[in-house]
Design a protein around this ligand. Structure first.
Ligand SMILES: Cc1ncc(COP(=O)(O)O)c(C=O)c1O
Length: 361
Protein backbone atom coordinates (compact mmCIF):
# COMPACT_ATOMS: atom_id res chain seq x y z
CA UNK A 1 0.00 0.00 0.00
CA UNK A 2 1.26 3.50 -0.84
CA UNK A 3 0.79 6.68 1.18
CA UNK A 4 0.92 8.64 -2.07
CA UNK A 5 0.96 7.05 -5.52
CA UNK A 6 2.43 9.08 -8.38
CA UNK A 7 1.73 6.51 -11.12
CA UNK A 8 0.53 7.91 -14.46
CA UNK A 9 -1.60 6.13 -17.07
CA UNK A 10 0.69 4.74 -19.80
CA UNK A 11 -0.87 6.93 -22.47
CA UNK A 12 -0.09 10.13 -20.54
CA UNK A 13 3.46 9.00 -19.82
CA UNK A 14 4.07 8.15 -23.50
CA UNK A 15 2.80 11.59 -24.51
CA UNK A 16 5.22 13.22 -22.08
CA UNK A 17 8.20 11.26 -23.44
CA UNK A 18 7.17 12.07 -27.00
CA UNK A 19 6.98 15.81 -26.26
CA UNK A 20 10.19 15.69 -24.21
CA UNK A 21 12.05 14.12 -27.15
CA UNK A 22 10.84 16.91 -29.41
CA UNK A 23 11.99 19.49 -26.89
CA UNK A 24 15.42 17.92 -26.64
CA UNK A 25 15.87 17.91 -30.41
CA UNK A 26 14.72 21.52 -30.61
CA UNK A 27 17.16 22.63 -27.87
CA UNK A 28 14.42 24.94 -26.50
CA UNK A 29 15.00 24.09 -22.85
CA UNK A 30 14.25 27.43 -21.23
CA UNK A 31 10.78 29.04 -21.21
CA UNK A 32 9.32 29.13 -24.75
CA UNK A 33 6.17 27.49 -26.06
CA UNK A 34 5.88 24.63 -23.56
CA UNK A 35 5.96 26.99 -20.58
CA UNK A 36 3.63 29.46 -22.33
CA UNK A 37 1.22 26.66 -23.14
CA UNK A 38 1.17 25.39 -19.56
CA UNK A 39 0.77 28.90 -18.13
CA UNK A 40 -2.29 29.51 -20.32
CA UNK A 41 -3.79 26.10 -19.53
CA UNK A 42 -3.20 26.48 -15.80
CA UNK A 43 -4.67 30.00 -15.67
CA UNK A 44 -7.73 28.71 -17.55
CA UNK A 45 -8.01 25.74 -15.17
CA UNK A 46 -7.84 28.01 -12.10
CA UNK A 47 -10.32 30.41 -13.71
CA UNK A 48 -7.74 33.16 -13.25
CA UNK A 49 -6.68 35.55 -16.00
CA UNK A 50 -2.93 34.94 -15.77
CA UNK A 51 -0.44 32.37 -14.57
CA UNK A 52 3.35 32.62 -14.37
CA UNK A 53 5.46 29.48 -14.05
CA UNK A 54 8.31 29.70 -11.54
CA UNK A 55 10.87 27.35 -10.01
CA UNK A 56 9.03 26.35 -6.79
CA UNK A 57 5.94 27.06 -4.71
CA UNK A 58 8.09 28.95 -2.25
CA UNK A 59 9.27 31.22 -5.07
CA UNK A 60 5.69 31.73 -6.26
CA UNK A 61 4.77 33.34 -2.92
CA UNK A 62 8.10 35.17 -2.77
CA UNK A 63 7.78 36.81 -6.21
CA UNK A 64 4.11 37.62 -5.68
CA UNK A 65 5.00 39.51 -2.50
CA UNK A 66 8.02 41.19 -4.06
CA UNK A 67 6.00 42.29 -7.09
CA UNK A 68 3.34 43.72 -4.77
CA UNK A 69 6.03 45.78 -3.06
CA UNK A 70 5.76 43.99 0.27
CA UNK A 71 9.02 44.29 2.18
CA UNK A 72 10.87 45.83 5.08
CA UNK A 73 8.59 47.40 7.68
CA UNK A 74 5.55 45.41 6.53
CA UNK A 75 3.77 42.72 8.50
CA UNK A 76 2.19 39.70 6.83
CA UNK A 77 -0.32 37.61 8.75
CA UNK A 78 -0.43 33.85 8.28
CA UNK A 79 -1.25 30.75 10.26
CA UNK A 80 0.96 28.81 12.70
CA UNK A 81 -0.02 25.33 11.44
CA UNK A 82 1.43 25.33 7.96
CA UNK A 83 4.46 24.15 6.03
CA UNK A 84 7.52 26.36 6.45
CA UNK A 85 7.25 27.27 2.73
CA UNK A 86 4.44 29.69 3.61
CA UNK A 87 6.59 31.67 6.03
CA UNK A 88 10.07 31.73 4.48
CA UNK A 89 8.99 33.92 1.52
CA UNK A 90 7.64 36.52 3.98
CA UNK A 91 11.04 36.68 5.64
CA UNK A 92 12.89 36.67 2.30
CA UNK A 93 11.14 39.85 1.14
CA UNK A 94 12.21 41.45 4.43
CA UNK A 95 8.71 41.58 5.95
CA UNK A 96 7.72 40.33 9.41
CA UNK A 97 5.55 37.22 9.65
CA UNK A 98 2.74 37.63 12.18
CA UNK A 99 1.34 34.25 13.16
CA UNK A 100 -2.17 33.48 14.31
CA UNK A 101 -3.69 30.24 15.55
CA UNK A 102 -5.96 27.93 13.58
CA UNK A 103 -9.60 27.19 14.28
CA UNK A 104 -9.64 23.90 16.23
CA UNK A 105 -12.61 22.55 14.26
CA UNK A 106 -11.63 23.40 10.69
CA UNK A 107 -7.83 23.43 11.18
CA UNK A 108 -7.82 26.55 8.95
CA UNK A 109 -6.65 30.08 9.80
CA UNK A 110 -8.96 31.70 12.37
CA UNK A 111 -10.36 34.98 10.95
CA UNK A 112 -11.13 36.40 14.41
CA UNK A 113 -7.48 36.12 15.30
CA UNK A 114 -6.49 37.65 11.97
CA UNK A 115 -8.71 40.66 12.74
CA UNK A 116 -7.11 40.98 16.16
CA UNK A 117 -3.59 40.85 14.69
CA UNK A 118 -4.03 43.83 12.31
CA UNK A 119 -1.72 46.79 12.94
CA UNK A 120 -0.94 49.90 10.88
CA UNK A 121 2.01 47.92 9.44
CA UNK A 122 -0.05 44.99 8.15
CA UNK A 123 0.34 44.71 4.37
CA UNK A 124 -1.11 41.30 3.55
CA UNK A 125 -2.87 38.19 4.77
CA UNK A 126 -1.67 34.81 3.51
CA UNK A 127 -4.35 32.17 4.14
CA UNK A 128 -3.32 28.58 3.44
CA UNK A 129 -5.81 26.19 1.82
CA UNK A 130 -4.40 23.50 4.07
CA UNK A 131 -4.79 19.84 3.04
CA UNK A 132 -6.73 20.90 -0.06
CA UNK A 133 -9.55 22.40 2.01
CA UNK A 134 -10.48 26.05 1.82
CA UNK A 135 -9.53 28.89 4.13
CA UNK A 136 -12.54 31.02 5.25
CA UNK A 137 -12.22 33.49 2.39
CA UNK A 138 -15.39 35.59 2.94
CA UNK A 139 -14.38 36.44 6.48
CA UNK A 140 -10.82 37.17 5.36
CA UNK A 141 -11.98 39.34 2.44
CA UNK A 142 -14.07 41.41 4.83
CA UNK A 143 -10.98 42.06 6.95
CA UNK A 144 -8.70 42.67 3.94
CA UNK A 145 -11.19 45.11 2.38
CA UNK A 146 -11.72 47.00 5.62
CA UNK A 147 -7.99 47.55 6.09
CA UNK A 148 -6.97 47.71 2.43
CA UNK A 149 -4.72 44.64 2.57
CA UNK A 150 -3.57 42.17 -0.07
CA UNK A 151 -4.97 38.69 0.24
CA UNK A 152 -2.48 36.18 -1.13
CA UNK A 153 -3.62 32.56 -1.29
CA UNK A 154 -1.14 29.84 -0.41
CA UNK A 155 -2.76 27.32 -2.76
CA UNK A 156 0.19 24.89 -2.74
CA UNK A 157 -2.10 22.07 -1.57
CA UNK A 158 -5.30 23.06 -3.32
CA UNK A 159 -5.10 22.67 -7.13
CA UNK A 160 -8.69 22.52 -8.35
CA UNK A 161 -10.51 23.15 -5.06
CA UNK A 162 -13.48 25.50 -5.06
CA UNK A 163 -14.66 28.07 -2.54
CA UNK A 164 -18.39 28.71 -3.06
CA UNK A 165 -17.97 27.72 -6.71
CA UNK A 166 -14.80 29.74 -7.33
CA UNK A 167 -11.50 28.03 -7.92
CA UNK A 168 -8.55 28.40 -5.55
CA UNK A 169 -6.08 30.63 -7.32
CA UNK A 170 -8.76 33.00 -8.59
CA UNK A 171 -9.87 34.36 -5.24
CA UNK A 172 -7.13 36.63 -3.89
CA UNK A 173 -4.89 39.31 -5.36
CA UNK A 174 -2.59 36.45 -6.33
CA UNK A 175 -2.01 32.83 -5.38
CA UNK A 176 1.08 30.66 -5.07
CA UNK A 177 0.97 27.02 -6.23
CA UNK A 178 3.58 24.31 -5.72
CA UNK A 179 4.14 21.49 -8.21
CA UNK A 180 6.31 19.48 -5.83
CA UNK A 181 5.87 15.86 -7.10
CA UNK A 182 3.47 14.71 -4.36
CA UNK A 183 1.02 17.59 -4.87
CA UNK A 184 -2.37 16.99 -6.55
CA UNK A 185 -0.71 18.42 -9.64
CA UNK A 186 2.95 17.50 -9.33
CA UNK A 187 5.92 17.79 -11.67
CA UNK A 188 8.77 15.31 -12.07
CA UNK A 189 10.86 17.63 -9.91
CA UNK A 190 10.25 21.09 -8.47
CA UNK A 191 7.98 23.72 -9.97
CA UNK A 192 5.52 26.43 -9.01
CA UNK A 193 3.17 29.08 -10.41
CA UNK A 194 1.57 32.35 -9.46
CA UNK A 195 -1.98 32.97 -10.63
CA UNK A 196 -3.58 36.39 -10.63
CA UNK A 197 -6.24 38.46 -12.38
CA UNK A 198 -3.90 41.46 -12.46
CA UNK A 199 -2.11 41.72 -15.81
CA UNK A 200 0.50 44.23 -14.64
CA UNK A 201 1.34 42.04 -11.65
CA UNK A 202 1.74 38.94 -13.82
CA UNK A 203 4.05 40.86 -16.18
CA UNK A 204 6.15 42.02 -13.25
CA UNK A 205 6.48 38.47 -11.93
CA UNK A 206 7.34 37.13 -15.42
CA UNK A 207 10.20 39.59 -15.49
CA UNK A 208 11.42 38.94 -11.96
CA UNK A 209 11.60 35.17 -12.51
CA UNK A 210 13.68 35.72 -15.67
CA UNK A 211 16.57 37.91 -14.45
CA UNK A 212 14.47 41.07 -14.63
CA UNK A 213 14.48 40.97 -18.44
CA UNK A 214 11.78 40.95 -21.07
CA UNK A 215 14.24 41.32 -23.94
CA UNK A 216 17.31 39.11 -23.61
CA UNK A 217 20.25 40.84 -21.88
CA UNK A 218 18.28 44.05 -21.21
CA UNK A 219 17.72 43.95 -17.46
CA UNK A 220 15.16 46.54 -16.42
CA UNK A 221 14.62 45.42 -12.86
CA UNK A 222 16.52 43.36 -10.32
CA UNK A 223 15.30 39.86 -10.95
CA UNK A 224 16.38 36.31 -10.30
CA UNK A 225 16.61 33.01 -12.10
CA UNK A 226 13.43 31.23 -11.00
CA UNK A 227 11.88 29.86 -14.18
CA UNK A 228 9.58 26.88 -14.50
CA UNK A 229 11.59 24.29 -16.41
CA UNK A 230 10.28 23.56 -19.92
CA UNK A 231 10.50 19.80 -19.36
CA UNK A 232 8.41 20.17 -16.21
CA UNK A 233 5.91 22.29 -18.15
CA UNK A 234 5.43 19.34 -20.51
CA UNK A 235 4.79 16.99 -17.58
CA UNK A 236 2.41 19.45 -15.95
CA UNK A 237 0.43 20.12 -19.14
CA UNK A 238 -0.24 16.41 -19.59
CA UNK A 239 -1.06 15.84 -15.93
CA UNK A 240 -3.36 18.87 -15.84
CA UNK A 241 -5.68 17.03 -18.25
CA UNK A 242 -6.13 14.33 -15.59
CA UNK A 243 -6.44 16.58 -12.56
CA UNK A 244 -10.24 16.83 -12.36
CA UNK A 245 -10.61 13.06 -12.51
CA UNK A 246 -7.85 12.60 -9.93
CA UNK A 247 -9.50 15.11 -7.60
CA UNK A 248 -12.82 13.33 -8.06
CA UNK A 249 -11.13 10.03 -7.12
CA UNK A 250 -9.67 11.69 -4.02
CA UNK A 251 -13.17 12.86 -3.02
CA UNK A 252 -14.45 9.31 -3.39
CA UNK A 253 -11.62 8.03 -1.19
CA UNK A 254 -12.38 10.74 1.39
CA UNK A 255 -16.06 9.70 1.42
CA UNK A 256 -15.06 6.08 2.08
CA UNK A 257 -12.99 7.28 5.04
CA UNK A 258 -15.84 9.48 6.34
CA UNK A 259 -18.24 6.56 6.07
CA UNK A 260 -16.02 3.91 7.69
CA UNK A 261 -14.74 6.14 10.50
CA UNK A 262 -17.91 8.12 11.28
CA UNK A 263 -18.67 6.35 14.57
CA UNK A 264 -15.06 5.86 15.59
CA UNK A 265 -13.05 7.68 18.24
CA UNK A 266 -11.03 9.52 15.57
CA UNK A 267 -11.72 13.16 14.97
CA UNK A 268 -12.56 13.84 11.30
CA UNK A 269 -12.80 17.20 9.59
CA UNK A 270 -15.49 17.95 7.01
CA UNK A 271 -15.34 20.70 4.41
CA UNK A 272 -18.23 23.18 4.46
CA UNK A 273 -20.91 21.95 2.07
CA UNK A 274 -20.63 25.00 -0.22
CA UNK A 275 -16.93 24.27 -0.88
CA UNK A 276 -15.17 21.54 -2.86
CA UNK A 277 -12.06 20.21 -1.17
CA UNK A 278 -9.47 18.31 -3.20
CA UNK A 279 -8.11 16.25 -0.28
CA UNK A 280 -4.41 16.71 -0.89
CA UNK A 281 -4.10 15.00 2.48
CA UNK A 282 -6.65 13.16 4.61
CA UNK A 283 -5.90 14.21 8.16
CA UNK A 284 -7.52 12.91 11.35
CA UNK A 285 -6.63 13.62 14.97
CA UNK A 286 -6.35 11.43 18.04
CA UNK A 287 -4.76 11.89 21.47
CA UNK A 288 -2.70 8.71 21.10
CA UNK A 289 -1.44 9.56 17.64
CA UNK A 290 2.09 8.18 18.06
CA UNK A 291 1.05 4.72 19.21
CA UNK A 292 -1.64 4.57 16.50
CA UNK A 293 0.91 5.47 13.86
CA UNK A 294 3.30 2.78 15.14
CA UNK A 295 0.58 0.12 15.12
CA UNK A 296 -0.51 1.02 11.60
CA UNK A 297 3.11 0.94 10.49
CA UNK A 298 3.50 -2.56 11.96
CA UNK A 299 0.56 -3.68 9.77
CA UNK A 300 2.18 -2.21 6.67
CA UNK A 301 -0.03 0.90 6.54
CA UNK A 302 2.03 4.02 5.81
CA UNK A 303 0.96 7.35 7.35
CA UNK A 304 2.41 10.85 7.64
CA UNK A 305 2.35 13.86 9.97
CA UNK A 306 1.66 17.23 8.34
CA UNK A 307 3.16 18.86 10.30
CA UNK A 308 4.69 17.73 13.59
CA UNK A 309 6.09 21.14 14.60
CA UNK A 310 4.07 24.37 14.36
CA UNK A 311 5.94 27.27 12.75
CA UNK A 312 6.76 29.17 15.96
CA UNK A 313 8.47 26.14 17.53
CA UNK A 314 11.02 25.48 14.78
CA UNK A 315 14.62 25.97 15.91
CA UNK A 316 15.38 28.17 12.91
CA UNK A 317 12.91 30.77 14.20
CA UNK A 318 14.24 30.84 17.77
CA UNK A 319 15.33 34.49 17.41
CA UNK A 320 11.99 35.70 16.05
CA UNK A 321 9.48 37.35 18.33
CA UNK A 322 6.71 34.87 17.42
CA UNK A 323 8.89 32.03 18.84
CA UNK A 324 7.83 33.14 22.33
CA UNK A 325 4.12 33.10 21.53
CA UNK A 326 1.67 30.31 22.16
CA UNK A 327 -0.77 28.89 19.61
CA UNK A 328 -2.49 26.11 21.55
CA UNK A 329 -4.61 24.76 18.71
CA UNK A 330 -1.71 24.57 16.27
CA UNK A 331 0.42 22.97 19.00
CA UNK A 332 -2.24 20.35 19.72
CA UNK A 333 -2.66 19.61 16.00
CA UNK A 334 1.08 18.98 15.80
CA UNK A 335 0.94 16.29 18.46
CA UNK A 336 -2.40 14.71 17.50
CA UNK A 337 -2.78 14.75 13.75
CA UNK A 338 -2.19 11.83 11.46
CA UNK A 339 -2.37 11.80 7.66
CA UNK A 340 -3.85 8.58 6.27
CA UNK A 341 -2.96 7.21 2.82
CA UNK A 342 -4.55 9.43 0.17
CA UNK A 343 -4.13 9.34 -3.59
CA UNK A 344 -6.36 8.91 -6.65
CA UNK A 345 -5.54 5.20 -7.09
CA UNK A 346 -6.41 4.08 -3.56
CA UNK A 347 -9.06 1.33 -3.70
CA UNK A 348 -12.14 0.80 -1.54
CA UNK A 349 -10.70 -2.45 -0.20
CA UNK A 350 -7.50 -0.66 0.82
CA UNK A 351 -9.54 1.98 2.67
CA UNK A 352 -11.54 -0.84 4.32
CA UNK A 353 -8.30 -2.47 5.43
CA UNK A 354 -6.95 0.81 6.87
CA UNK A 355 -10.18 1.64 8.70
CA UNK A 356 -10.72 -1.88 10.08
CA UNK A 357 -7.19 -1.79 11.37
CA UNK A 358 -7.76 1.64 12.99
CA UNK A 359 -11.03 0.63 14.62
CA UNK A 360 -9.53 -2.55 16.08
CA UNK A 361 -6.52 -0.76 17.60
C1 LIG B 1 1.33 25.00 2.22
C2 LIG B 1 2.58 25.06 1.41
N1 LIG B 1 3.12 26.26 1.15
C3 LIG B 1 4.23 26.39 0.40
C4 LIG B 1 4.87 25.28 -0.12
C5 LIG B 1 6.14 25.48 -0.88
O1 LIG B 1 6.17 24.84 -2.12
P1 LIG B 1 7.52 24.25 -2.72
O2 LIG B 1 7.91 23.07 -1.92
O3 LIG B 1 7.17 23.91 -4.14
O4 LIG B 1 8.53 25.34 -2.66
C6 LIG B 1 4.32 24.01 0.11
C7 LIG B 1 4.94 22.83 -0.48
O5 LIG B 1 5.35 21.88 -0.02
C8 LIG B 1 3.16 23.89 0.92
O6 LIG B 1 2.61 22.70 1.19
Amino acid sequence: MHFCDLKLPNSAESKIWEKAKKLVTSNAYILGSEVNHFEDAFAHYCEAKHSVGVATGCDALLWAMEALGIGKGDEVITVANTFIGTVLPILRVGATPVLVDCDPITQQIDPEQVAAAITPRTAAIVPVHLYGRLAPMDELFAIADKHNLFLLEDAAQAHGSRYKGRRAGSLGKAAGFSFYPAKNLGAWGDGGAVTTNDKALSKKISKIRNYGQEKKYYHDTLGWNSRLDSLQAIVLSEKLKLLDQWNENRRTVANWYYDRLKDSEFCLYHERSENEAVHHLFVITHKNRDSIQEKLQSKGIPTGIHYPVPIHQHKCFADHSFAKEEFPHAERQGSELLSLPMHPNLTESEVDEICECMIKL
